[in-house]
Write a protein that binds this ligand. Structure first.
Ligand code: NAD
Ligand code: MG
Length: 392
């Protein structure tokens, strides 16, 4: 019997890697609904290729284009928020949550409320509203499978063992394109340099976050919620080869690590397999002899202050991570359009975190509350950005 997989963010980087794997295992999987943001033509292509049962475009204005592009295919489709929620409500054994940004919160949460098994790539769900997501997953009997290399590595290394046996959970960072650069050189870097990721191939926003190490900070926040581990028991190590992805340090001194070449299809296939291993066509084997050595170094929070700021937000708790994420999105967008320098990102995020510190002491109760704080923090950050630019 084949499993039905719905894909939220089907036209994106994670979405396409997912459809690639599903096509390789067409005997096991059927594609349920596919959801995209604004690109009607791209969504129609994915829907036709996969034989999806339904296609929904978030952008209501693109509905006519989507309908035209799907005419004759027999694939029902719609546009706007209600269509996205209809896509989520359709029958599915697994929902891949791979929308980028805060836009992913509502649809992902809707899937949890239906008690679905959710393969979670959308970081923002746990960063902005982690307490609410984990609470509601338990309340509605939904399963969350982490669809990120580091968290999937931790899940594989833990293999269901209790956290009582664990001393520390460690995730690795490639160190990004600026790992060996001086502070002065990083300060003058442009967006193209920051986006040139040494090991992974991903979208622009996450590439910039990898260069600043904010991505690792967001992943620590995710790990805290996913595994229910106190911040002090979470750690990061820089590992430029991106072959070791996560390590479990057990109480007795033993360490279990997961290794794989940097290919998102590995964690994606582990999620889709639901415990079974799926072969990946054209997946390269890990050749340790060819690699020769794996190296590790401490993360430098002087040159990469975003990691320090994110750790502080995690330690503070409440709505601090929600504010951190919103301010970072505003700052990264400003950096990409050349409005601020690379260290302007950390400066703006830190200012926002300081401003909001203590204002929202409790974590957002639910998605609506998280989105309200997100909007408030974005508006404040946009105004602070204008002040920063005026001050030169
Ligand atoms: P992407 O930008 O390539 O794709 C994003 C997808 O979301 C697209 O299909 C887009 O159409 C859709 N989308 C955007 N706005 C939407 C909206 N308002 N409503 C519905 N759909 C919308 O991003 P990506 O790199 O695939 O990343 C997706 C998520 O997974 C992010 O949260 C990212 O942090 C996370 N993630 C990505 C990687 C990676 O390797 N790319 C690794 C780990 C985690
Ligand atoms: Mg990751």
């Amino acid at each position: 019997m084949s499993l039905t997989v719905t894909i939220l963010g089907a036209t994106g980087s994670i979405g396409r890697s997912t459809t690639d794997l599903l096509a390789q295992h067409a005997d096991r999987f059927r594609v349920g609904a596919v959801v995209g943001g604004r690109d009607a033509a791209a969504l129609a292509r994915v829907a036709r290729e996969t034989g999806a049962a339904f296609a929904a475009l978030a952008d209501e204005a693109g509905g006519a284009d989507l309908a035209a592009a799907l005419s004759g295919s027999g694939i029902p489709n719609g546009a706007g928020e209600s269509a996205v929620l209809e896509a989520v409500a359709r029958d599915a054994d697994i929902v891949v949550a791979a929308i980028s940004g805060a836009a992913g919160l509502k649809p992902t949460h809707a899937a949890l409320r239906l008690g679905r098994t959710v393969a979670l790539a959308n970081k923002e769900s746990l960063v902005c509203a982690g307490d609410a997501f984990m609470r509601d997953a338990a309340r509605y009997g939904a399963r969350i499978l982490p669809m990120d290399s580091e968290h999937d590595a931790l899940a594989q290394a833990l293999a269901g063992r209790p956290l009582d046996d664990v001393r520390t959970l460690m995730i690795t960072a490639s160190g990004g394109p600026f790992r060996t650069w001086t502070r002065e050189r990083i300060a003058a870097a442009c967006a193209a340099e920051a986006a040139a990721h040494p090991t992974w191939s991903m979208g622009m926003k996450i590439n910039i976050d990898s260069a600043s190490l904010m991505n690792k900070g967001l992943e620590l926040i995710e790990a805290h919620h996913l595994f229910g581990v106190a911040p002090a028991r979470l750690d990061v190590v820089v590992h430029p080869q991106s072959v070791v992805h996560g390590l479990v340090y057990w109480l007795d001194g033993a360490v279990t690590a997961e290794l794989a070449l940097p290919d998102m299809r590995v964690p994606i296939s582990h999620c889709l397999g639901l415990g079974d291993r799926l072969t990946i066509a054209r997946g390269r084997p890990l050749d340790l002899v060819a690699l020769g050595s794996l190296t590790f170094e401490a993360a430098d929070e002087e040159r990469f202050p975003c990691l320090r700021i994110a750790r502080a937000a995690l330690a503070e708790g409440g709505a601090a991570p929600t504010v951190l994420n919103a301010a970072n999105e505003v700052a990264v967008a400003a950096f990409i359009r050349g409005a601020i320098g690379f260290y302007g990102i950390a400066e703006l995020v830190e200012r926002a975190c300081e401003h909001f510190s203590g204002l929202h002491r409790t974590a957002p109760e639910g998605v609506e509350a998280a989105l309200a704080i997100d909007a408030e923090a974005r508006a404040w950050s946009a105004a602070a950005l204008t002040r920063m630019q005026a001050a030169g």
